[in-house]
Design a protein around this ligand. Structure first.
Ligand SMILES: Cc1cc2nc3c(=O)[nH]c(=O)nc-3n(C[C@H](O)[C@H](O)[C@H](O)COP(=O)(O)OP(=O)(O)OC[C@H]3O[C@@H](n4cnc5c(N)ncnc54)[C@H](O)[C@@H]3O)c2cc1C
Length: 484
């Protein structure tokens, strides 16, 4: 079964650091066990005769199903199939696991799909991306991205040697590949990924060519150190139903002179070319489509929890609670409508790949950065002090004060036990370290939201909206507009 193969594959000599120690066995470590059990089950869906058509597709000429994030969509039905697979895994995890590899896989799929157009960037690109795409697809590789440079001093660029030596760069070329040194800021899912999709983010000048790169780096590369943040996994499942199984670990990557074989060096040495690849519409639209489909599952989950909390304490009749719960529904509808618009507006690219309309997806990603913090605020306002009016565990329901527990924790519409369980779940969303991390994630996963919105403005054809304004004013000055 693929889930078991996945777990077995992780003890491959990689250097994962947690609490000052190198992790000996990734699948057995308590920080990863719950999360990996979740991922294992998701991988098994591809072996399930009923579910496999929902999450995967039969690769022509091959026995096994592949996950649909690898499907290149040429038809509406194939685009819908991709959406269905994202939706299935994210609903299974209530949207709480954002990087189940289908995002990074979609980037690879997009580059592969656009390989004809992108081959002008480098003569070896087409052959390398084709070989890698097929390898990743046929071996169910788990992938993640590591793009942003370490946060050291954002006011300085590569002219500052402290920055230049720490941002990922090539130190030498060898017959076998390039040797890189430096760090990448965050890679979610890093300890249990197979490969990292890595590219430089900033626009560098010609003199900084050694900093420009697009690489695919195996997690067990010699000299690569995966440095985890504190674990938020909490195995007291009843107290922390989300933290016990959905803590996708974030880690910093240190490259201590890592050899990247030539076949995994997609581009290097030319910042302009890296930017062309990074801006490729086919890849971005396919990958960002996953982001927003996944987001619907999360917003629906938070809304469901908020509704249940409101009902459980009898506040649904109050107008301001109804207003706030209604606002949560508008969030879901806005993102859903943008997905429908992006799919309805999908157009074939030069190779005939059906590409969702990126502007609607960008809008969903940008506005989404504001929805989640607001959703958390609403949940807090609905449940108020109830989130801390909970016992430390469920044990007291079965001990000497059991009768009093049932009496005083009872809700408006639910038993005391159910109400406590519900509020513990809600607290895991709004008050736990995992919950705080999710709010940060939704604000920043798509990049800096300030620059995200600014990019929408900068990339927009402004004349289309400005011209009618001048036209109206011209008509007024000519006396062409009559008052009604
Ligand atoms: C939970 C989490 C998971 C993540 N997972 C991944 C991952 O898997 N892979 C990955 O590649 N990245 C990941 N990221 C990183 C994410 O892409 C970055 O956090 C995001 O791009 C913002 O960059 P930054 O954090 O470096 O913020 P900074 O760029 O350091 O910004 C800090 C503040 O300064 C402002 N600022 C900085 N520079 C400028 C400027 N030039 N102009 C205007 N304002 C500026 C910003 O607006 C912001 O308010 C993750 C982030 C989080 C929080």
């Amino acid at each position: 079964m693929r889930g078991d193969q996945f777990l077995r594959s992780l003890n491959d000599g990689r250097n994962v650091w947690l609490e000052g120690k190198r992790v000996e066995s990734i699948p057995d470590h308590p920080a990863f066990k719950g999360t990996l059990t979740t991922i294992r089950e998701l991988f098994q869906t591809l072996d399930d005769p009923i579910l496999r058509d929902e999450v995967g597709y039969k690769v022509p000429g091959r026995e096994r199903y592949a996950h649909s994030s690898f499907l290149v969509p040429y038809t509406e039905q194939q685009l819908a199939q991709r959406r269905g697979s994202f939706s299935c895994w994210s609903s299974e995890t209530h949207g709480m696991m954002s990087r189940l590899s289908d995002y990074a896989r979609s980037i690879v799929t997009g580059w592969y799909a656009a390989r004809g157009e992108l081959s002008r960037l480098d003569s070896g690109f087409e052959q390398k991306i084709t070989a890698y795409y097929e390898h990743a697809r046929d071996n169910d590789l788990f992938l993640t991205t590591a793009i942003i440079d370490p946060q050291i001093d954002r006011s300085q660029g590569l002219d500052d040697s402290r920055i230049a030596e720490r941002f990922l760069h090539v130190v030498r070329e060898t017959e076998d590949g390039i040797v890189v040194r430096g760090a990448k800021m965050i890679a979610t899912g890093a300890p249990y990924t197979h490969d990292f999709v890595i590219f430089s983010f900033l626009k560098f000048g010609a003199k900084d060519a050694k900093h420009a790169h697009v690489l695919i780096v195996p997690a067990n590369s010699k000299g690569l150190h995966i440095v985890c943040r504190e674990s938020f996994a909490d195995h007291r499942e009843q107290n922390h139903p989300l933290s016990s199984k959905y803590d996708e670990m974030d880690a910093v990557l240190f490259f201590d002179d890592v050899l990247i074989p030539w076949e995994r060096v997609l581009l290097y040495g030319d910042s302009e070319k890296v930017l062309v690849l990074r801006a490729n519409k086919t890849a971005n639209a396919l990958a960002f489509h996953q982001n927003v489909v996944r987001y619907v599952a999360k917003l629906e989950f938070v809304t469901g929890v908020s509704f249940a909390v409101a009902e459980s304490i009898g506040v649904t009749g109050f107008l301001h609670i109804q207003e706030k719960l209604g606002e949560l529904l508008t969030q879901i509808d806005v993102i859903k409508a943008l997905i429908i618009a992006a799919e309805a507006g999908a157009k074939p690219d030069a190779a005939g790949v059906l590409v969702p309309e990126l502007s609607y997806i960008d809008t969903a990603r940008n506005i989404g950065t504001r929805f989640y913090p607001r959703a958390m605020e609403i949940l807090q306002q609905v449940g108020a002090g109830g989130f801390v009016q909970t016992p430390s565990g469920m044990e007291d329901f079965y001990g000497p004060i059991s009768k009093l527990m049932h009496l005083y924790f009872e809700g408006a519409s639910v038993s005391a036990e159910k109400k406590v369980q519900l509020f513990k779940l809600a607290w895991d969303l709004i008050g736990s370290p995992l919950g705080a991390r999710h709010e940060l994630y939704e604000r920043f996963y798509a990049g800096d939201p300030v620059r995200g919105y600014a990019n929408q403005y900068n990339g927009f054809d402004k004349d289309r909206l400005i011209e009618p304004v001048w036209k109206l004013l011209k008509e007024i000055s000519k006396g062409g507009v009559t008052s009604v």
